[in-house]
Design a protein around this ligand. Structure first.
Ligand code: AMP
Ligand code: MG
Length: 402
C-alpha cells in the first residue's frame, strides 16, 4: 500500500502533458497560461495625469504666481499640448498626457475659475510632479508581466489586454468522463425505492472539475455488471483523456472495476493508499496515454480523493506552476490512532495574530457528506503521529484551491 506522498508522486510521473492551444483572450479566464506575456509599452506609456485639474509649471507657483491664464483644454485621449508661458495653465483630465512644458497638476477642487483665469486656493502647498503617474513607473516595455504556468485571473485578463494581445496560448483542456458505478444509484428526478440511494458523487465531481476550469466533461452511470462495464468503459477510453470512476473498487462482490480496467489494457499504477478516507483508491494508465482514477464510492472519500489527487494532477498536466502550500493551527486537540494519513474536514477562521485556525467538522462516516457543506477543506494529519495537541501546525487543503 502506497503512502499519500508516494501516490501523489506516482500519479505525477504517469500524467501526460496536454498540448497548448490558442484561445481568444476574452475566453481565457481560469485557463493555464502557456506562454509568457511581455509589456507592449511602458506602463503608463506616458507621464499620465492623475487628477482632473490644471497643469502648470511648479517654478511659477514657487515664485508666487497664483493666477494662471487658461491656454487650452486637453482631455484623456487628446494629443499632448505644450504650455507656452510661465503664467499659463492647461485644463487637463485624469488619464491624459502631462502637457509638455508643465510639471505639476493642481486638482480642480483646489482652484476657482472665472472666465479664462484659474486661481489657486490660498496657501495651497504642492511639489514638482504632484499627481503625475510617471511613464514606465509600473513596468517597462518588454518586461515579463505574466509567467507561463499562471492560472489566468480577471486581473490577468486586464494585463493581457493592456499588452495588446488578442489571443494567448493556454493548456488544452483534457476530455474527462466521470462514471458513477452502482446498481443502487438513482439520479435526481427519478423515483427512488427504499433500498436505493441518490446518485450524488458524479454531479459533485463534475462540479469540482468545472470549478477548476475543466468543463470538457460528461457524466455516465453504469450498473455493476462486468460485461456492461467493460463495453461502456471501453467506449469512454476511446473518447477521453481522463476517466474518473466512483465506486466498485473495494473488496465487495460487486466491485468489478479493477478487473474490468485490467481486461481493457489499463495498467494499474497503484491500488490503495494508506489514508482515511479514500483508502481503496485505484489509479492506472490506459493503452493510449489515458489516465484512470477509480475513486471509492463513499461520498466523502470520492470528494477528498478528487480534490487531493485528481485536480492537482489535471492542473499539472495542463501546465500550471506549483501551488503554494498552506498551513493552519488546530483549534482543538485531535487523536487519530489508525496507522493512516487522516484527511479531516475543517472550517477555518483568522486569528488576531494573522494565523489561520482550523476546527474539525467530523463526519459521521465516510458516507456523511452533508457534514461537508460549509467546510473550507481538510487538514492532513501525518500517519506517523496519533496525537495532535491544540495549537499544532498542520497542512490545509482547501476544496477550492487544489
Ligand atoms: P462502493 O465503493 O461502490 O462500494 O460504494 C461505497 C458506498 O458509497 C455505498 O454505500 C454506495 O452506495 C455509495 N456510493 C457509491 N457511488 C455513489 C454515488 N455515485 N453517489 C452516492 N453514493 C455512492
Ligand atoms: Mg458500488
Amino acid at each position: 500500500m502506497l503512502t499519500t506522498a508516494e501516490a501523489t508522486q506516482a500519479i505525477a510521473e504517469s500524467m501526460p502533458s496536454y498540448e497548448s492551444e490558442r484561445v481568444d483572450y476574452t475566453s481565457a479566464t481560469g485557463k493555464i497560461l502557456r506562454q509568457s506575456v511581455n509589456a507592449e509599452r511602458d506602463q503608463p506609456p506616458f507621464d499620465r495625469v492623475m487628477m482632473d485639474g490644471i497643469a502648470v509649471r511648479f517654478a511659477s507657483l514657487i515664485s508666487g504666481t497664483h493666477q494662471f491664464v487658461i491656454q487650452g483644454t486637453q482631455h484623456a485621449g487628446d494629443p499632448v499640448q505644450t504650455l507656452t508661458e510661465d503664467t499659463n495653465c492647461i485644463e487637463i483630465m485624469t488619464g491624459g498626457v502631462l502637457p509638455q512644458g508643465s510639471d505639476c497638476v493642481i486638482p480642480v477642487e483646489r482652484i476657482s475659475v472665472e472666465g479664462n483665469i484659474a486661481t489657486v486656493e490660498e496657501g495651497y502647498q504642492t511639489e514638482r510632479r504632484r499627481f503625475v503617474h510617471a511613464q514606465g513607473s509600473d513596468h517597462r516595455k518588454g518586461q515579463e508581466v505574466l509567467q507561463t504556468g499562471t492560472r489566468i485571473s480577471p486581473m490577468d485578463i486586464a494585463i493581457i489586454a493592456s499588452c495588446g494581445l488578442e489571443s494567448v496560448l493556454v493548456g488544452r483542456q483534457p476530455v474527462v468522463r466521470v462514471i458513477s458505478t452502482g446498481n443502487e444509484l438513482i439520479a435526481p428526478g427519478q423515483p427512488v425505492a427504499e433500498h436505493q440511494i441518490r446518485m450524488s458523487n458524479g454531479p459533485a465531481l463534475v462540479s469540482m472539475l468545472s470549478q477548476q476550469g475543466f468543463t470538457n466533461t460528461a457524466h455516465d452511470h453504469l450498473v455493476d455488471e462486468p460485461a456492461l462495464l467493460k463495453k461502456h468503459i471501453a467506449n469512454h477510453l476511446q473518447e477521453a483523456d481522463v476517466l474518473i470512476l466512483s465506486g466498485g473498487v473495494s473488496m465487495g462482490k460487486a466491485d468489478f472495476v479493477p478487473q474490468v480496467l485490467a481486461d481493457l489494457g489499463v495498467k494499474v499504477v497503484f491500488h490503495k493508499i494508506s489514508q482515511r478516507p479514500g483508502k481503496p483508491m485505484w489509479f492506472g494508465n490506459g493503452p493510449d496515454k489515458q489516465v484512470v482514477f477509480a475513486l471509492p464510492g463513499n461520498p466523502v472519500s470520492a470528494l477528498v480523493c478528487c480534490r487531493q489527487y485528481v485536480l492537482p494532477a489535471l492542473l499539472q498536466a495542463t501546465g500550471r506552476n506549483d501551488a503554494p502550500q498552506e498551513f493552519v493551527v488546530l483549534s482543538e486537540a485531535i487523536t487519530f490512532n489508525p496507522p493512516l494519513t487522516c484527511f479531516l474536514p475543517v472550517r477555518v477562521s483568522s486569528l488576531a495574530d494573522g494565523k489561520i485556525s482550523a476546527t474539525a467538522v467530523p463526519t459521521n462516516t465516510s458516507g456523511d457528506f452533508a457534514a461537508l457543506s460549509g467546510t473550507d477543506g481538510y487538514v492532513e494529519l501525518p500517519k506517523e503521529q496519533n496525537d495532535f495537541a491544540a495549537g499544532s501546525i498542520v497542512r490545509l487543503h482547501r476544496w477550492s484551491s487544489p
